[in-house]
Design a protein around this ligand. Sequence first.
Ligand code: ADP
Ligand code: MG
Length: 357
Amino acid sequence: MYTRKDKKRSSGSTGRHELSELGEFGLIDHLTKNVQIKNPGTIKGIGDDAAVINTGNKLMLLSTDLLIEGVHFDLTFMPLKHLGYKAAVVNISDIAAMNGVPKQMTVSIAVSNRFSVEAMEELYSGLLLACEKYHVDLVGGDTSSSVTGLLISVTITGEVSNEDVVYRNGAKEGDLLCVTGDLGSSYIGLLILEREKQVFKVNPNMQPELDGNEYVLQRQLKPEARTDIYNLLKGAGIHPTSMIDISDGLASEILHICKQSGVGCRLFEGKIPIDPQVKQQALDFNIIPSVCALSGGEDYELLFTVSQKDYEKIRILEGITIIGHMTSPAEGTKMITPDGVAIDITAQGWDAMKKRK
Ligand code: ADP
Ligand code: MG
């Protein structure tokens, strides 16, 4: 991972390297490149939405996510109940991305004395509401004090059969690239909340202007996981060849599938499903609407590929959009604009997250 060039760029004689040189995914690759699987039951380790473990009967899925105040959420506009709900949902979404069914969850929190018992009750009411809705059991966790605000770490298990499991690495040349729901809404919701926060800072007597924005605010504050897609696709007789959930943005997730599957892609910008109101709101913010979908993130929709032979079956499914197809790796990872210009798909990853602070 580190090249000579990287070394030269680093400061001092101790060979210190900045995390920003690697970025989030580079850091994960770097830290885990020598990890070797020792147990035959570990079917899939690092590199997918969840690990896959053979338990003798069905496969067990295992995934974890960490949410940190000031990085992943801002409590000035994120109600604690919503935060609890979202913390559960983002994990459930990773199980849905493996085509599995969520089962158990552990929740660890670190909390500073800035928070009251009532505040923590709010957090848990949201968390338990999501557990209720998605039929997940809360089975444990850990509690600690914190000096830097609130931290929530959720670990989830899920179940999937050998036939049903879908990885990021199964996409083939010629497969259709599909997405559920619409994209970019959650990011617009965040921009509106941040705008109202700035207005409030300048004049605390101003009432936030949130009317008419219910859809995007709900997408940001109370996202849902697409556990329904398992049945929809199964009912239609479709088995995706690869799948991932959209947490970081469409661009980043497409690149994950391409890299892991060893394929290229053609994404058609004009086909990306964006709610008409969101398109207008993006333009009001002076942002190209597709950029919200490509780099915004937190939509928790599913991105997947299906074999071309399933075209007739997938085409008629409501709430699913075909946005492109997979190509040979030599053709690169390209987005075709409505006027036919091919541009390289790039992901911002960690940098995009920094921008959101
Ligand atoms: P997701 O966006 O689906 O949560 P990530 O991009 O966070 O997935 O992680 C990609 C893969 O890297 C996953 O398999 C995850 O378990 C693994 N991973 C992430 N961080 C670490 C870490 N610090 N140590 C080991 N594995 C990690
Ligand atoms: Mg994921």
